[in-house]
Design a protein around this ligand. Structure first.
Ligand SMILES: [Mg+2]
Length: 203
């Protein structure tokens, strides 16, 4: 039996940090896992910038509250739930992802969390575990599930490779070029077709 594990940002909702960059005018905050392959380097830099400009968790959450799912995402998720179950596996944080997950109808969310101080400044980030996305696939395999994994960025690659079917959804060209053997899909419609085929063939 198949389950679907999908990334959040870039697949169902816009990139949070790109939006924060646009709303705050801090250009460097627009870098994401789509451009920088080392997640820890990226996160440390983001937190430094937030602290430097005095931006609090609330400021970031205010930007996130303006975000809406990508066009077609809700319809795709509704359809997907008629076929199988969806687990959203993101390297974002409970404090950021929660309102977005609510808008998506609350699929199961597996992510990390933040540490903030009394002033609301984000002091640190806490990974639930290293290479968490890949571990989710391993855990589901241990429960005898097969996994279709969907993601768009460098931090999804180990999950996509460990899954029974790994799909790069709308990746930036650099990620696609560096992983030419992974299937690239660019629309929810094509994603539906491919997932249908995989699940139907399995029955
Ligand atoms: Mg992503």
């Amino acid at each position: 039996m198949y389950l679907v594990c999908s990334d959040l940002e870039g697949v169902f909702v816009p990139e949070i940090w790109v939006s924060v960059s646009q709303h705050t005018g801090i250009d460097e905050l627009k870098l994401t896992t789509r451009e920088i392959s080392d997640y820890n380097v990226l996160m440390k830099r983001r937190l430094e910038l937030l602290q430097k400009y005095g931006l609090t968790l609330r400021d970031v959450q205010n930007v996130i509250s303006l975000l809406k799912p990508l066009p077609g995402a809700l319809e795709f998720i509704d359809w997907l739930r008629t076929k199988t179950q969806l687990i959203v596996v993101t390297d974002s944080f409970t404090e950021f992802a929660e309102p977005l997950i609510r808008q998506l109808g609350r699929p199961t969310l597996l992510c990390h969390h933040l540490t903030t101080d009394k002033e609301g400044i984000i002091r640190d980030y806490n990974l639930r575990q290293e290479d968490a996305k890949r571990h989710v696939v391993d855990a589901l395999h241990s429960l005898m599930y097969k996994v279709i994994a969907i993601g768009d960025s460098y931090n999804d690659i180990s999950m996509l490779r460990r899954a029974d079917h790994g799909i790069l959804y709308n990746p930036p060209q650099n990620v696609a070029d560096e992983h030419p053997d992974l299937e690239v899909i660019k629309t929810y419609q094509s994603l539906r077709r491919v997932i249908s085929q995989i699940i139907d063939d399995d029955e």
